[in-house]
Design a protein around this ligand. Structure first.
Ligand code: GLU
Length: 573
C-alpha cells in the first residue's frame, strides 16, 4: 500500500486569512482528501506559525480557524475547533482538529524546546554555529558591501573564533544568533510544478536559524515541524521557492527526508499587479489622495497614524478602521481577505470553486463539451492532483467570481437560500434580521434569491420593508406612470382598493394575490392598472418582489398607511 499523504497549511497569524492563503489551504486539503479517497490514506495538518511574537496575535489565529471552517476546509490534525457556531451553515457541527497522532502541539510558540533540541544537535555536529557579532557590526558590513556594489553575504567571521571559545561563550549566554553552515555545492529543488530548480552555493550565505531573542527562524521551525509531523507534501506559493534550498540544506543537516514540493503560481490582479494584502490600503490611500483628504476623516484614526499611513506604502490600518475610513471617503475597497468575501455576501462553495481554478485545471469536459469549471469541494476531494497545477500566473477575475456566486445562489432552493441569507445577515446586517425576523426572511426568500448576485444584494430588494411607513420617498416618475397618466385610472383604482383591504382574509401572499386579481376583473381593468399602483404606493418604486409577498410582509396596517400617504402625494402632484 502506498504511504499516506500528509499535507499541511501553516499560516502565520499576523492578519486575516487572505485569498492566496485560502487557495493554498484548499489545495493542501484537497490533496490529502484525494489520497484518502484513493485508499492510501491522507491527513491534512493545520499548524499556526506564531514564532514572530511581535506580529502574531491570538485574534488572528482564531480568525484563520474560523475562516477555514467557513470555507469547509476542515483539518484532521491541529488546533481543536468547534464548527457548531452560528453563521457557518456550510460546516457539519462537531469538533475538528486535535492531536490523534501525537505530533502536536500545533502552535509553534509551544514547540520551542523541540526547536532548541534540534539546534543543539546541529551545533554539536558542527553543522551550525553561534555568531556573536552585534547588529551594528553586521549593519556596517552590509553597508560596506552596498557601497562597494557587491551583494552582501555573511562572511563567516564567527568561525574565526576557536570552537572551544565559541562554545564557552554560548554556554555563558553571550548575545548571539545561530547560523547554519551552508554546504558548498548546488542544491536542486525537484518541484512538481516548476520542474528542477537548481541554485548555486554562491546564492546563499550561512543563514540564521535561531534569532537573538531565542526564537527559531521560520526556516528552522518549518523544517523541524514538517519532519516531526510526517509531512510528505509541501504545497505553497511561489514566493516561498527562494526558501526551499535552505530548507533542503537543513533537512540534510538534520537527517530528515525531503518532502515533495509544489510551488503554486502567484495570484495577480486583472491590471497585472501582484495581488497583495495591502491592496485595500492602497485603494483607500489613493481615494484620500484624489479627494485631497489631508486629515483623518474618522475619529478612530489619529492624525499621526493617518499621516504615517498615507506616507508609507507598506503601512496598513487595522481592518475595521480601514472600513470606516473607506466609507467616509466613499470608496469601495477590493475584497482580499476571506472575511471580506464573507462580509460581501459570497458563498463558501462559490469562493472555493473559484479559488481552485486559480492555478489548477481539472482538465475535464462537461456533457456539452465545454471545459468543466463548476464543481464543489467534494469534486476536488476526488479529482485534485498536482499535475493539474499550472506554471503560469493566476488572474483574479472578480467578474468571474461574482458570476460563480450568483450561479451558486441560483442553485439553492428557497429554504436553503433563506437559511444562508439569514445566517449572513445575522453576522453582517443585524438590522435586517431584527426588523424582518426569521418568518419574513423566509417569506421573502423566493423573491429575493433571483435578484442576488451576493447575499448583500438582498438588502436592496427588501429595503422598503425595513423603513417606517413614511420613511421612503416616492419615485415621481413611477407615480405618474402608474397612477396619473391618461385618465388617471390607476389613481382611482388605488383609492378603491384602499377601501377593500379589510376584506382580505387571511392576510397572506396567495390570498392577497387572488384578491388583487379578483379586484382587477371586477373593475374590468388589466393588472397593470391595479398591481402597479399598489406596488409604487407601498414601496415608492416600480420594482419590488411579487406583490402578494410584498404586501404580506408589510402587514395590513402598513399597507393601508402607505397607500394613504401615496394618495396624498399623488393628489398634490
Ligand atoms: N508561515 C509561512 C507563511 O505563512 C508558511 C510558509 C510555508 O508554507 O512553508 O507564509
Amino acid at each position: 500500500m502506498p504511504d499516506p499523504v500528509v499535507t499541511r497549511f501553516a499560516p502565520s497569524p499576523t492578519g486575516h486569512l487572505h485569498v492566496g492563503g485560502a487557495r493554498t489551504a484548499l489545495f493542501c486539503w484537497a490533496l490529502a482528501r484525494r489520497a484518502e479517497n484513493d485508499g492510501s490514506g491522507g491527513r491534512f495538518v493545520l499548524r499556526i506559525e506564531d514564532t514572530d511574537q511581535a506580529r502574531s496575535s491570538d485574534a488572528a489565529s482564531a480568525g484563520i480557524l474560523e475562516d477555514l471552517a467557513w470555507l469547509g476546509i476542515l483539518w484532521d490534525d491541529g488546533p481543536e475547533f468547534s464548527t457548531h457556531q452560528e453563521g457557518r451553515a456550510s460546516s457539519p457541527p462537531g469538533v475538528i482538529g486535535g492531536d490523534s497522532r501525537g505530533v502536536g502541539p500545533y502552535y509553534q510558540a509551544q514547540r520551542l524546546d523541540l526547536y532548541n533540541e534540534h539546534i543543539a544537535k546541529l551545533i554539536e555536529a558542527d553543522a551550525a554555529y553561534p555568531a556573536f557579532e552585534s547588529p551594528d557590526e553586521l549593519e556596517a558590513k552590509r553597508k560596506e558591501a552596498i557601497d562597494a556594489k557587491v551583494g552582501y553575504r555573511y562572511d563567516r567571521s564567527a568561525l574565526d573564533i576557536p570552537r572551544d571559545e565559541r562554545m564557552a561563550r554560548l554556554a555563558k549566554g553571550d548575545d548571539h544568533v545561530v547560523r547554519l553552515k551552508m554546504p558548498d555545492e548546488p542544491i536542486t529543488v525537484h518541484d512538481q510544478v516548476l520542474g528542477d530548480v537548481t541554485v548555486g552555493p554562491d546564492e546563499f550565505d550561512d543563514f540564521i536559524i535561531r534569532k537573538r531573542d531565542g526564537f527559531p527562524t521560520y526556516h528552522l521551525a518549518v523544517v523541524v515541524d514538517d519532519a516531526l509531523m510526517g509531512v510528505t507534501h509541501v504545497l505553497r506559493g511561489q514566493e516561498h521557492l527562494i526558501n526551499t534550498p535552505r530548507h533542503i540544506a537543513l533537512q540534510r543537516a538534520l537527517g530528515f527526508d525531503t518532502p515533495t514540493y509544489a510551488h503554486m503560481p502567484l495570484i495577480f490582479n486583472p491590471d497585472g499587479s501582484k495581488m497583495s494584502k495591502r491592496d485595500k490600503d492602497k485603494a483607500a490611500k489613493k481615494a484620500c489622495k484624489d479627494a485631497g483628504v489631508d486629515a483623518p476623516p474618522v475619529a478612530s484614526v489619529s492624525g499621526e497614524a493617518f499621516k504615517k499611513w498615507m506616507k508609507d506604502k507598506t503601512r496598513q490600518l487595522p481592518s475595521d478602521q480601514l472600513r470606516e475610513l473607506a466609507a467616509a471617503v466613499g470608496v469601495t475597497l477590493p475584497e482580499i481577505d476571506v472575511e471580506d468575501f464573507r462580509r460581501a455576501g459570497y458563498l463558501p462553495g462559490a469562493l472555493c470553486n473559484f479559488l481552485a481554478l486559480l492555478g489548477w485545471n481539472p482538465k475535464q469536459k462537461t456533457a456539452d463539451g465545454k471545459d468543466l469549471e463548476t464543481f464543489d469541494n467534494a469534486f476536488l476531494a476526488e479529482h485534485f492532483d498536482l499535475k493539474g497545477i499550472g506554471k503560469g500566473q493566476a488572474k483574479f477575475d472578480r467578474a468571474k467570481l461574482l458570476s460563480f456566486n450568483s450561479d451558486a445562489i441560483g442553485r439553492l432552493d428557497d429554504a436553503e437560500f433563506a437559511r444562508v441569507w439569514r445566517d449572513w445577515a445575522g453576522a453582517y446586517d443585524p438590522e435586517l434580521v431584527s426588523k424582518l425576523g426569521d418568518d419574513k426572511i423566509a417569506l421573502f426568500a423566493g423573491a429575493v434569491k433571483p435578484r442576488c448576485k451576493t447575499l448583500a444584494d438582498g438588502r436592496g430588494v427588501v429595503q422598503f420593508a425595513l423603513v417606517d411607513d413614511d420613511g421612503y420617498e416616492f419615485d415621481g416618475k413611477a407615480v405618474h406612470k402608474a397612477m396619473l397618466k391618461g385618465d388617471a385610472k390607476g389613481l382611482e383604482m388605488l383609492q378603491t382598493f384602499a377601501g377593500a383591504l379589510d376584506a382580505i382574509d387571511p392576510w397572506d401572499a396567495p390570498t392577497i394575490d387572488a384578491a388583487v386579481e379578483a379586484f382587477a376583473s371586477e373593475h374590468e381593468v388589466g393588472m397593470g392598472k391595479i398591481a402597479q399602483p399598489i406596488r409604487v404606493a407601498v414601496t415608492g418604486a416600480g420594482v419590488s418582489p411579487p406583490l402578494g409577498v410584498t404586501l404580506a410582509v408589510l402587514g395590513r396596517e402598513s399597507v393601508q398607511a402607505r397607500i394613504e400617504r401615496c394618495l396624498a402625494f399623488a393628489e398634490q402632484a
